[in-house]
Design a protein around this ligand. Sequence first.
Ligand code: PEP
Ligand code: MN
Length: 354
Amino acid sequence: MVRLRHGLASDELDPLLALCRDLGYGTRFLDEGRRLLELSGVGDRTHRTRLEDHPDVVEVVDAGDSLELHTRGAGRPDTVVQIGEASFGGGNVAIAAGPCSVEDYERLLHLARGVQDCGVSVLRGGAYKPRTSPYSFQGLGVVGLEMLAAVRAETGIAVVTEVIDPRDVERVTEVADCLQIGTRSATNFPLLTEVGRAGKPVLLKRGFGATVREFLLSAEYVLNAGNEEVVLCERGVRSFDSTTRNILDVGAVAHLASETHLPVIVDPSHAAGRRDLVRPLARAGLVAGADGLIIEVHDDPATALSDGEQAISLEDLRELVLDAEGLVSLDGRQLSLHSGSSSPHASNAKESIQ
Ligand code: PEP
Ligand code: MN
């Protein structure tokens, strides 16, 4: 169902109606003002954007079964994305945690062991950092990737790390269990296509100024390149208010959970920008239906080379994992936990959320 521009004369409608017929649709106006046009017929994945791009179309109100690859479609099961031991989606909830940036080997190893001990089986950490200023720490690059590879080999932890340049996709893919596309790269379409061909799961952040529709179309680039393993990540959008770094869009999380078969996770660290709000936002995300979390953790935030102010401690992560376990059990879901953790799970998770 398509909503048309106001005040179109009958003959002005002809080109659009001809286009609809060419695309194979029957057409019927639903109102006297001829602004609501119903199309019937078998669609094609390219049709929705084709209509949205037409100058006389204000919006596609109801895409029906639009056949875009992210749509849930009748009876389609949730996509479950497996990253190491962690399952995201289809009733499985999982957590990734680690520093914003890879800084040095000893620290990375310590944090990897620490997050595992909290029950987390996916380590996050950027070797390539997309910084707003060219004068900020840009990440250790290849050296950082080597550290991630060494820590992965040493601990068995799965690794999610960002790639910002299509030319680096191959080398990052050799190390990573999951490729992260950051908010600043969400409309780098050649990069999205390249990671779509890489054969590894992709953690796709929402652009900080992207509508939900634009976010889904970014995902569509990865899916259309042949990669079904996409984890959508809501990390907050920019707003007028600087109380928090971004606004966590929990409404979008709830919407995406029903709109798409892909797993949706929340990044409360970049949404809040302050460590004291990471835990409540993580809880809010899970209650809204998120299939997981990605959390920044540091053992000495004062010296962190990026995002120290939003990094929580390993002790706080332990509490957050317990929260998550309790909350997801309330709606019959299950938290994927690292098998060798020493956390007192399950037994006291319920107490921790009361
Ligand atoms: C990050 O995960 O450290 C990061 C840069 O996130 P975002 O792209 O959401 O800002
Ligand atoms: Mn960060």
